[in-house]
Write a protein that binds this ligand. Structure first.
Ligand SMILES: [Zn+2]
Length: 333
C-alpha cells in the first residue's frame, strides 16, 4: 500500500476526521502517538500497545542512532522488525534530543555538532544526515531537522532559528528527493516543521516558506514548551490557517489529555507526547474523571477500576487499591 491522506469530514469550526494510509497500515485521524524512546514505549509491551488500539507510534532517532546505530538496525531487517511493531512508525529528526540531551552542542549553518550523552563521542547531525538516518531506519514518516530554541525566546533569536530551519528544510527536501530519484519510490513520507516561537508573524512566515517545498505533511514544532496553553493554541491556529487542507498537520510534543481536544478543534490531525507514559511511571494516571494520583492513601481500599468508563483490560482486571500497591503492574497486562 502506498501513502495517502484523505479528510472525510470537517467540522465548520475546523476539526477534521480523516485517514492516513501508510505501507504499514491505515491510521484514523486525529490520532495521538505513544512515544518509544529506545525502540520501545516505556512500561508498555508492544502487545499492550496493539490492544490499546495504537495504529502508529513515534520513535526517537537520536537514541537509535547512538545505540545500536541505524546501520545495524537496517541490517537486522529495519525498524519495524527491530521494534517488533508491524504498524506505522513516525520518527523525529533527532534534533530535539540533540538540543536537550547531548553535551557540547554547537549549532552552525552546516548542522549541529554534539557529544553523545552515552560515551562522549562526537557527531555532526546535518539535515542530510538526519534524512539518511531516517531512511536507513525505515520509518513510515520522517521529520526534517529543525532548530529547536528555548522559550520564551527573544525575537532576534527566533528569527535566526526560523531562517536556519527553512534552509535546513530545503536541504533535507532536496536530499530526500535525490535519494528517491536514485533509489526509486521511497516508502517514506517526509514532513516539514514550522517554527517561529511565539511570534505570530514569524509562524506565518515559516509556514509560507515551507509550503514552497511541497511537503506531503506539515508539523508545528517548538510549542507546548512552557508557554501558556492559550499561546500554544493561538500560534497553532495561525499556522493551520495557512496549511493546505489536503495534507496532514502534526502538532509536536502535546499534550495533556484535556488539551488534545483543543488542538483537534484547531484542525490538528496528529499529536505525540511522553506525558501519559512518563506520568504513569510516577503513579499519576489520566482517567475520564481526571488525574488519579494512585499512591494517595485514599485509594488503599478503593475497589473501583482505575477508570470506571474505560473498557481496556487493565481497568477490567485491576482496582485502584491493587494498582496503588504495585503501580507498575497494571501497565504490563
Ligand atoms: Zn483502561
Amino acid at each position: 500500500m502506498n501513502f495517502s491522506f484523505e479528510v472525510a469530514k470537517t467540522d465548520p469550526a475546523g476539526a477534521r476526521r480523516g485517514r492516513l494510509s501508510t505501507p504499514h497500515g491505515t491510521v484514523e485521524t486525529p490520532f495521538f502517538m505513544p512515544v518509544g524512546t529506545q525502540a520501545s514505549v516505556k512500561a508498555l509491551t508492544q502487545e499492550a500497545l496493539e490492544e490499546l488500539g495504537a495504529e502508529i507510534i513515534l520513535a526517537n532517532t537520536y537514541h537509535l542512532y547512538l545505540r545500536p546505530g541505524h546501520e545495524l538496525v537496517r541490517k537486522l531487517g529495519g525498524l519495524h522488525r527491530f521494534m517488533s511493531w508491524p504498524r506505522a512508525i513516525l520518527m523525529d529528526s533527532g534534533g530535539y534530543q540533540v538540543f536537550s540531551l547531548s553535551e557540547l552542542r554547537k549549532i552552525t549553518d552546516e548542522g549541529v555538532r554534539f557529544r553523545s550523552h552515552l560515551d562522549g563521542s562526537e557527531h555532526l547531525l546535518t539535515p542530510e544526515k538526519a534524512a539518511e538516518i531516517q531512511l536507513g531506519l525505515g520509518s513510515d514518516i520522517a521529520m526534517v531537522l529543525d532548530e529547536c530554541i528555548e522559550t520564551p525566546a527573544p525575537r532576534d533569536k527566533a528569527e535566526v532559528a526560523l531562517k536556519r530551519t527553512t534552509e535546513w528544510a530545503k536541504r533535507a527536501r532536496i536530499h530526500f528527493q535525490e535519494c528517491a530519484r536514485r533509489n526509486g519510490n521511497l516508502s517514506q513520507w517526509q514532513f516539514g516543521i514550522v517554527q517561529g516561537a511565539t511570534f505570530a508573524d514569524l509562524r506565518r512566515e515559516s509556514a509560507r516558506q515551507l509550503l514552497d517545498l511541497d511537503f506531503p505533511g506539515y508539523a508545528v514544532g517548538g510549542l507546548a514548551v512552557g508557554e501558556p496553553h492559550e499561546t500554544t493554541c493561538e500560534m497553532t491556529a495561525e499556522v493551520t490557517a495557512l496549511l493546505p487542507k489536503d495534507r496532514p498537520r502534526y502538532l509536536m510534543g502535546v499534550g495533556r489529555p484535556e488539551q488534545l481536544a483543543d488542538y483537534v478543534g484547531l484542525g490538528i490531525d496528529m499529536m505525540d507526547c511522553v506525558l501519559p507514559t512518563r506520568a504513569a511511571r510516577h503513579a499519576c494516571l489520566y482517567t475520564s474523571e481526571g488525574r488519579v494520583l494512585i499512591k494517595n492513601a485514599r485509594y488503599a481500599q478503593d475497589q473501583r477500576p482505575i477508570d470506571p468508563k474505560c473498557t481496556c483490560s487493565v481497568c477490567g482486571r485491576y482496582s485502584r487499591g491493587d494498582s496503588r500497591h504495585s503501580p507498575q503492574r497494571p501497565l504490563l497486562p
